[in-house]
Design a protein around this ligand. Structure first.
Ligand SMILES: [Zn+2]
Length: 428
């Protein structure tokens, strides 16, 4: 299967971080990665391949070289499983003049108007009543059909619409499900539907983490199909490439590790996020379990390298002036090395030097990204991880357009350059 096909599978499957992690686990277990739990005793061995699911939305996978020695270089790469979307609030049901609606909040920095007039589904995790209060039954749910939409206001009722319109997150973004049937007027319409879908009583649904997702397919665009248009390219493109790369990595020494974190779009400061001590604790436990002494653990940690993999901005053809004057990545010409002296990207000259040599040795195309000096760019994982894990770090990712739109755009070939570069990093 081509990298583009694997990416399309990930884009279709990963409608929530739960489903993204599920799809990664499926691909990894098909390739010999064994599941571990934090709570269990581990017995890691050289040549072993493992994965650890953390609260359903964050996943670690690592492989130990056959000839592993404790102080071999630890090579890590991370991406994020979440994306800007709408999340359903508790007590979600309400009715307006015969319409059934649900109450949602905005997760992350979504471009709100791109969510209007689209077919929307619902997916995520639900907590159900169980025998043991400390173990509610947790189930994943994904609707098979579009359940709702958020209609635009007609231009006739807002003549200024093409001059830019402010959308209020509480007023203008409430999805509509149905014209409510007469006999359902006194019910919680969405909750009744959800209970039926799950085959449970409504009173047994204790809580949920449900997202509203865009029910549209990824597709190639262009006469020569050089572009990919899809929901969730930020950051499932990186997730898909990292999973492929750790599966294909050829190292026989040291440890390769990927960390797929939730909550990047809301700042990473959570128990599943990159700003926690999760990676710090995880790597120490792995090394100790493989027999490393305290000193060898510290030596391995401080000799490590970390790649933060997230999308980059490409030059927009209609807004070329928004780009830096000398660093102008475009779609289809290879992955980007992202740099900022303010350390919003953690790349430095040494890590760039390492990475350029890796790419050059395999003839992998790459471009350079830097923000315009008068534009504040976004943040990502690299500098947050580096706070708890001060090792050689850099930021890379595929260039794209329409970042945080409900549908985003990337170059068809760029997924290959990213996957090939990270595979080489995990192989040389
Ligand atoms: Zn991102």
């Amino acid at each position: 299967m081509s990298e583009q096909q694997k990416l399309f599978e990930m884009l279709r499957a990963g409608v929530t971080p739960f489903m993204c992690v599920e799809e990664c686990e499926r691909r990894l277990s098909e390739n010999g990665f064994e599941s571990l739990n934090y709570e269990d005793a581990w017995n890691l061995i050289p040549g072993g391949k493992y994965m650890i699911n953390h609260h359903g939305t964050t996943l670690f996978a690592f492989s130990v070289g056959e000839k592993f020695q404790p102080v071999d270089m630890l090579r890590m790469a991370a991406a994020h499983t979440d994306y800007p979307c709408l999340r359903i609030k508790p007590n979600a049901d309400f009715q307006t003049n015969g319409y059934a609606q649900i109450n949602v909040e905005v997760y992350g920095g979504a471009i709100l108007n791109t969510w209007l007039d689209r077919p929307l589904g619902v997916a995520g995790r639900v907590a159900l009543r169980s025998e043991n209060p400390f173990q509610p039954e947790m189930v994943l749910y994904r609707s098979e059909k579009p359940l709702m939409t958020i209609p635009n206001l007609a231009i006739h009722m807002n003549r200024e619409v093409n001059s830019g319109v402010e959308l209020n997150k509480q007023v203008d973004m409430m999805p509509v499900l149905d014209m409510i049937p007469e006999d359902m007027k006194d019910t919680k319409y969405f909750m009744a539907f959800l209970a039926k879908e799950l085959g449970v009583e409504e009173k047994d649904i204790l809580d949920f983490e449900l997202s509203v997702f865009l029910m549209e397919e990824p597709m190639f665009i262009g006469v020569e199909e050089t572009l990919i248009s899809s929901p969730r390219i930020d950051n499932l493109s990186s997730v898909s490439a990292l999973v492929s790369a750790i599966i294909d990595g050829q190292r026989t020494d040291g440890i390769n590790l990927i960390a797929l974190f939730d909550h990047e779009e809301i700042g990473s400061g959570s128990k599943q996020g990159a700003a926690s001590i999760l990676l710090h604790d995880m790597t120490r436990r792995i090394l100790k379990n493989l027999g490393a002494s305290e000193e060898e653990v510290e030596r391995a940690i401080y000799g490590a390298m970390f790649l933060s993999v997230d999308v980059a901005h490409a030059l927009h053809p209609n807004k070329a002036g928004k780009m830096d004057i000398t660093n102008k990545p475009v779609l289809g010409k290879g992955l980007c090395i992202k740099q900022a002296c303010g350390q919003s990207y953690a790349t430095d000259a040494e890590t760039t030097g390492i990475f350029c040599q890796i790419c050059d040795s395999k003839e992998i195309p790459y471009q350079r990204f830097s923000n315009r000096s008068d534009v504040v760019g976004g943040g990502t994982l690299g500098n947050l991880v580096a706070k708890n894990f001060p090792v050689k770090t850099m930021d890379i990712g595929v260039p794209m357009l329409a970042m945080h739109s409900a549908r985003e755009l990337m170059g068809t070939k760029d997924i290959e350059s990213l996957k090939d570069a990270v595979t080489a990093y995990f192989s040389l």
